[in-house]
Design a protein around this ligand. Structure first.
Ligand SMILES: NC(=O)c1ccc[n+]([C@@H]2O[C@H](COP(=O)([O-])OP(=O)(O)OC[C@H]3O[C@@H](n4cnc5c(N)ncnc54)[C@H](O)[C@@H]3O)[C@@H](O)[C@H]2O)c1
Length: 374
């Protein structure tokens, strides 16, 4: 096997709980050369726990002999970190959201093409065996589709990672935090094309761009398999102080509707994430566990009926872990020229829809309730 020499940018929660241990679990595919993070606490944890070389900056990491980087830094730094990797001729795996807007993502796609490298986005659900089985179980036609619903109730990661060994780095200079916040404001404004009020800004960055983006991407994959073209946004709401994000999309000229809601409920350690497709005479339902509960199968239930009898079956496609499978996919794209699953173009489509939802929300919410973001 031709191992890919890889460096990880950002040693926060997702790197410590998933990417670093998962890369180390694939020694035939990856040679983890180092991790960079401005937090000394995070660096010390990685060096002590895994014995891996650590660096304070991405520039120091990029001086190492590498074939690829995995970007797990804060969202607003994805663009510059991906460009830095591609600029060094490296393949890049980047966590979602790749960037907030299609224009920024187009710059990354151009840099990817100039470098002739792989750029893969961290939408691990596309590698979930139950999601793959759902794609294979869809009817051949979209003629009877009526409704797609996405419903997520999410306490955030804490109940599912507190038993892991990990260490949050909170010793980052305030100036660095302020710089990232300023970059985020600039990128969101460029993406959405509007100055969002504080609630909408929080909801766009969190409920939409950080959370429901996974489901938007997953549904886009299902729509592609059904040959359903882009729909029109017909409703959106950012609510609950920005903890909630909702959207409605009209499909097939009104033959079907896609509704989606993500709500963060931090006091309730219960995770529920369901994607359902309702056809005239059938229903397909995916129920995902918290992503951090590795190797727990996603439930796929298919129901069919003839008006009187209901046939219901659960399809278990195994316990392969999506966070691990996406890394195998990245390796295959680099070493075997396998098609990239989760491209920049797909990310652009996801973010364009989410920006459209933010627009709809802003256009239908009175300024008195929202105020302007200073
Ligand atoms: N695929 C998923 O399900 C999933 C889950 C969680 C997070 N994520 C994504 O992963 C990314 C990281 O999220 P997280 O939860 O680990 O956040 P986090 O805040 O825990 O970690 C971010 C890390 O980046 C570091 N950092 C800050 N500036 C940096 C710089 N200039 N260079 C390198 N590192 C820098 C911070 O010190 C911190 O350790 C985000 O983009 C997030 O959306 C994806």
């Amino acid at each position: 096997m031709d191992r890919v020499r890889i460096g990880v940018v950002g040693a926060g929660g997702i790197a410590q709980v998933e990417h670093v241990p998962n890369l180390l679990r694939l020694p035939a595919l990856f040679d983890l050369k180092g991790v960079c993070d401005p937090s000394r606490t995070a660096r010390d944890f990685i060096a002590g726990r895994y014995g891996i070389a650590v660096f304070e900056s991405i520039d120091q990491l990029l001086e190492q002999p590498l074939d690829a980087i995995l970007v797990a830094s804060p969202d607003a730094l994805h663009k510059e970190h991906v460009l830095a990797g591609l600029g060094h001729g490296l393949h890049v795996f980047c966590e979602k959201p790749l960037c907030y807007g299609a224009a920024d993502i187009a710059e990354l796609a151009a840099a990817r093409d100039a470098a002739g490298c792989v750029l893969q986005v961290g939408y691990m659900k596309r590698f979930d065996p139950s999601y793959e089985a759902a794609l294979a179980s869809l009817p051949g036609s979209s003629k009877t589709l009526r409704h797609i619903s996405v419903e997520v109730s999410d306490p955030d990661a804490w109940p599912f990672v507190r038993h892991h060994e990990w260490q949050r780095g909170q010793d980052i200079p305030t100036q660095l935090i302020d710089e990232v916040a300023a970059k985020q404001r600039h990128q969101v404004q460029r993406a959405v094309g509007l100055s969002l009020d504080p609630l909408s800004y929080r909801g766009f960055c969190g409920a939409y761009a950080s959370a429901i983006v996974h489901d938007v991407n997953a549904v886009h994959g299902l729509l592609d398999a059904l040959h359903i073209p882009e729909g029109q946004v017909v409703g959106a709401q950012l609510y609950a102080g920005g903890d909630g994000g909702h959207g409605s999309v009209r499909l097939l000229d009104g033959q079907a509707l896609w509704t989606m809601t993500h709500l963060t409920v931090p006091q309730l350690p219960y995770y529920s994430e369901r994607i359902s497709l309702i056809f005239d005479d059938a229903a397909l339902e995916l129920e995902f566990p918290s992503p951090y509960l590795n190797h727990q199968a996603t439930r796929l239930t298919i129901r069919t009926g003839d008006g009187h009898k209901l046939h219901s079956r659960d399809i278990n496609s195994g316990y392969a872990e999506a966070f691990v499978e996406e890394l195998k996919g990245f390796w295959s794209a680099i070493r075997e020229s396998a098609p990239v699953r989760n491209t920049a173009e797909q990310a652009a489509r996801d973010m364009t829809l989410l920006c459209g939802l933010a627009h709809w929300h802003a256009a239908h919410t009175t300024p008195a309730k929202t105020g302007a973001l200073s």
